[in-house]
Design a protein around this ligand. Structure first.
Ligand code: ADP
Ligand code: MG
Length: 270
């Protein structure tokens, strides 16, 4: 097993905070730095699939079929030509998965079990998680080594945190005791705004050193790129947003993967 492989769930129980944008652009940035990357689309909206240049109505095997066990994970791996990473695709079929799995034993562990077979082929596996607490999200959190939390610095971000922390706590008590917090990344950041300054300092107080130094600015190129089926690196490599995701990739690659101090997690997850 490639112990160096890190499986990162990009997760926040709020929608529209930049989970998919972060998953796609971080995948492309890590690939640009010559890391072997697999992106897993775990959201029935299939935005990470489309944003990677894969037609979500035309692929044969995807995340759905891994979870149902219909095929081996190796048959589901596609390649993003625009992002230069591997991807496992999703579409709206995934909405029916809860019903499909209802009688399956250990149904939260399907993704983890499948990934064990291929993780040695990658340096990073990124999982684009759905927003709602569901069997899909639990599969993502059970399979992950750590979670990366994109947050928008607005008042409602603070409200959402307690839900997210409660979920992490519960997952650590049950299906994945080793789940770590990789860090919080601020997305769609605008510096001019007093409120976002206040909120970001509150979040930094809570998560301390686990807030990434890199912040992702609000940048229209990041919003435009998916409509061309591309990560921003392929669409406009000079854009501020593109550069920010490269910086985030560098920061993540620079981590010495020490196990999280138990006292840190205890405090944050309190
Ligand atoms: P989530 O996956 O959490 O629902 P998305 O990544 O889909 O969030 O982002 C929500 C919307 O905001 C999308 O339309 C996306 O293009 C846009 N967006 C995300 N990050 C940025 C950014 N840094 N600058 C501008 N637009 C962004
Ligand atoms: Mg999304």
């Amino acid at each position: 097993m490639n112990m160096a492989c890190e499986i990162i769930a990009v997760c926040n129980q709020k929608g529209g905070v930049g989970k998919t944008t972060t998953a796609v652009n971080l995948a492309a940035s890590l690939a640009y730095r010559n890391r072997k990357v697999l992106l897993i689309d775990l959201d029935a909206q299939g935005n990470a699939t489309t944003g990677s240049g894969i037609d979500k109505n035309a692929f044969e095997w995807g995340t759905y079929h891994i979870l149902t066990g219909e095929t081996d994970i190796k048959n589901t791996i596609l390649h993003s030509e625009t992002g230069h990473y591997d991807i496992i695709a999703s579409n709206r079929d995934l909405t029916g998965i809860e019903v499909q799995l209802i009688h399956k034993p250990a149904r939260e562990m399907c993704l983890k079990t499948a990934l064990a077979e291929i993780r040695e082929n990658y340096d990073y596996v990124l999982i684009d998680c759905p927003p709602t607490l569901s069997l899909l999200l639990l599969n993502g959190l059970a399979a992950a080594d750590s979670i990366l939390i994109p947050m928008v610095c607005e008042y409602y971000a603070l409200e959402g945190i307690s839900d997210l922390l409660a979920t992490i706590r519960k997952v650590r008590q049950t299906i994945n005791p080793k789940l770590d917090i990789l860090g919080v990344v601020f997305t769609m950041f605008t510096t001019q705004n007093k409120l976002s300054q206040d909120v970001s300092s509150q979040l930094r107080n809570h998560f301390e050193q686990r807030v990434f130094r890199t912040t992702i600015p609000r940048n229209v190129r990041l919003a435009e790129a998916p409509s061309f089926g591309m990560p921003a690196l392929a669409y406009d490599d000079k854009a501020k947003g593109t550069q920010a995701y490269l910086d985030l990739a560098d920061e993540i690659m620079g981590f010495k993967r020490a196990t999280s101090s138990a006292s840190y997690l205890k405090k944050v997850l309190m």
